[in-house]
Design a protein around this ligand. Structure first.
Ligand code: SF4
Ligand code: SF4
Length: 436
């Protein structure tokens, strides 16, 4: 566009003036780019506070935007400016819970980032968008963790600057992928101590002896762990966590989650559980096995919990959904965990509604009976992640109706519920069934 303007200026004198103006501003911008550090320091004296400085950037940004001059320069400008300005006074900007809480997610050995064979560390495990922000586990654990922390700082800083400048999403660089995510919303910044508050060890490949019909571990190659091949990845992950832990980067009250296929039969179980120690934890388990080490954490930390995706209230449906005929063994193990726990709230259930399979009154009543006997207070109602974003309207309508009926029954029995994997509109739709 700039070259075109230059050519037009040569041919048409009236365009010359515009070209000269754009050229002057372009030079100004490039100049600032070249000398960014020194200039910013000097500018800081001239522009007495950050707001003035940012207003100046905004003016330059307008020029870049309005005249279609290299947007990369604008990104570079923002990147260079981030270390020099205090953005703590900007309280309202686009972000999400995962970024604000500072989540550290090991989701599979390459997360969502395909062809990254070194392991990956991400801020979320959102499967709505593919390229979620994260870093490769390259180099030393220190390098990986520092890169991860810097990425989060840059994401939040950019989002704050964009909020202040009232820029649209086309100006996002670090946050361009997040801008596609429905969890990226206007937030009111909470007090941020800069520490990691959630560590999710959800590493694959990892084995599981269950065969849930909706599970990609069971249905794909993610359950086949080859220690010779994958040891390196697991080591990188454990070293990164150890580095963050040893350097005080994980908050004392952080929540740790262990999933990884089935944690009780994971060959790295001891290493994972040793890293977790007695920290507040959530163990996602199929409960086929009662595990003493998990039980010890539940006993020693009343804030820890074990979560079972129960998905059935009868032995028949359990077999259909889980592919293994052991409902009674699982129920026995749940009672063993209840014995060892300090509070009944330490056992939690999820129910993935599968229309036509587990959305009947026998199953709903069976789950409620078990909840009452185990003193489980709340049911997390979820959906099959494989069809969450499909266009199958009939499936969605059946799933919403089934959830609505279940919620109504839970309410009638004074049991609490929450939703997982449902949009705000869907939650409202589900609630309408409770008024019938
Ligand atoms: S992709 Fe969504 S959930 Fe993940 S960090 Fe970005 S905004 Fe948050
Ligand atoms: S228990 Fe979990 S990992 Fe195992 S098959 Fe079911 S969903 Fe998959």
């Amino acid at each position: 566009m700039y070259k075109l303007l230059k050519s037009l200026a040569l041919l048409f004198p009236p365009v010359k003036k515009l070209y000269q103006k754009v050229n002057m501003l372009k030079n100004q911008c490039e100049d600032l780019q070249r000398q960014n550090v020194e200039l910013l320091k000097r500018n800081n004296e001239y522009y007495k506070n950050e707001i003035d400085l940012i207003k100046k950037i905004n003016e330059l940004g307008s020029v870049i935007s309005d005249n279609y001059i290299n947007k990369e320069q604008y990104y570079k400008l923002i990147e260079n400016i981030i270390p020099y300005i205090d953005l703590s006074h900007i309280k309202s900007y686009y972000s999400c819970n995962a970024l604000e809480r500072f989540d550290m997610i090991f989701n599979g050995y390459n997360g969502h980032h395909v062809n990254r064979e070194n392991g990956c560390l991400e801020f979320c495990c959102n499967n709505q968008i593919w390229d979620i922000p994260g870093v490769d586990l390259l180099g030393t654990p220190e390098e990986s963790i520092i890169k991860f922390v810097k990425m989060r700082n840059d994401i939040i800083a950019e989002s704050k600057i964009i909020a202040l400048l009232e820029r649209n999403d086309s100006f996002r660089n670090y946050t361009s992928d997040c801008a596609k995510c429905n969890r990226f919303k206007l937030v009111d910044s909470v007090k941020n101590d800069g520490l990691i508050h959630y560590v999710n060890i959800n590493v694959f490949p990892a084995p599981c002896q269950c065969k849930c019909i909706y599970c990609e571990v069971h249905n794909g190659q993610l359950g086949i762990l080859d220690r010779e091949k994958h040891n390196n990845i697991y080591d990188r992950i454990f070293n990164a966590i150890t580095y963050a832990k040893d350097h005080g980067m994980i908050a004392a009250d952080a929540l740790w989650q262990a999933a990884s296929g089935e944690i009780t039969i994971n060959p790295y179980k001891d290493k994972i559980l040793d890293l977790i120690g007695n920290n507040t934890s959530r163990f996602l388990s199929n409960c086929f096995i009662f595990d003493e080490k998990i039980a010890a954490n539940l006993h020693n930390n009343p804030l820890s919990e074990i979560n079972l995706s129960i998905d059935a209230g009868t032995a028949e449906t359990w077999y259909k959904v889980k592919g293994v005929n052991n409902f009674n063994v699982v129920v026995e193990n749940l009672f063993k965990y209840k014995e060892i726990c300090n509070k009944p709230e330490q056992i939690t259930f999820k129910y993935i509604i599968l229309p036509g399979i587990n959305d009947n009154l026998d199953d709903y009543n069976g789950v409620m009976d078990l909840m009452k006997r185990l003193c489980v207070k709340q049911l997390i109602i979820s959906r099959d992640g494989n069809v969450e974003f499909s266009n199958d309207k009939n499936h969605h309508e059946s799933a919403i109706k089934a959830a609505g009926i279940f919620v109504k029954i839970l309410k009638t029995n004074n049991l609490l519920y929450s939703f997982y994997h449902h949009s705000t509109d869907e939650k409202q739709n589900i609630e309408t069934f409770t008024d019938l």
